[in-house]
Design a protein around this ligand. Structure first.
Ligand code: IMP
Length: 197
């Protein structure tokens, strides 16, 4: 088998495995693309002529960020932060350790944090506090998904893709145990997929 065929076979097998673990597609590729386009248009309008830095939160936001930045039709800079939240039971504690900090200075610049999902909101609240102490011109939040039922702090994304029910979702950058990030849609995992892990 030549290398093209083996690559295709590998992709197909991975795809089938991942699809088998998904109970239901919650948001299709097309729905997400439409929404990201709308968010990009709104951000373009609001940040026209401003020095905008998108801050992607690794790793979950990578696909959302990559698609969103191409829908923003005004110049942007991009930087990344990686954080790990100290868990207490199944929810985050709100104490966040910075694993990778920004490379760019954000003083007097307009910051838009790009997150995959806001759950309790504790991680985001902590991040906003850290970044605010560096004196940006403004701080906004763009989140693809929001689980309002789980919120513990009063934080609302300025740009939101979808409010979703309290279910564990994967795909389009979101993972469970580092799996499923490459699914092109957002899906709800089958309970078996949690139990096997
Ligand atoms: P929070 O501090 O509780 O808001 O945690 C937000 C983080 O938890 C997100 O950035 C995700 O990494 C993770 N998370 C929360 N819900 C989900 C989910 O349904 N699927 C995948 N990751 C999730």
């Amino acid at each position: 088998m030549d290398s093209t065929n083996s690559a295709l076979l590998y992709e197909t097998e991975r795809g089938v495995d991942a699809v088998d673990d998904v109970q239901r597609v919650l948001l299709s590729e097309e729905e997400i693309a439409r929404k990201v386009k709308q968010l990009g248009a709104a951000i373009t309008e609001d940040y026209q002529g401003k020095d905008l830095v998108l801050v992607g939160i690794l790793k979950g936001a990578i696909i959302f960020l990559a698609d969103l930045m191409r829908e923003i039709k005004t110049p942007v800079n991009v930087d990344f932060m990686a954080v790990s939240s100290y868990a207490e039971g199944t929810t985050s504690s709100g104490v966040v350790r910075i694993l990778k900090d920004l490379d760019l200075s954000i003083e007097n610049r307009h910051i838009l944090i790009v997150e995959d999902i806001v759950d309790t909101g504790l991680t985001l609240e902590y991040l906003v506090d850290i970044l605010r102490s560096r004196h940006p011109a403004s701080i906004g939040v763009a989140a693809l998904l929001d689980k309002p039922d789980r919120r513990l702090v009063d934080i609302i994304p300025d740009y939101l893709g979808f409010s979703i029910p309290d279910e564990f979702v994967v795909g389009y950058g979101l993972d469970f145990a580092e799996q499923y990030r490459s699914l092109p849609y957002v899906g709800i995992l089958k309970p078996d997929a949690y139990q096997d892990a």
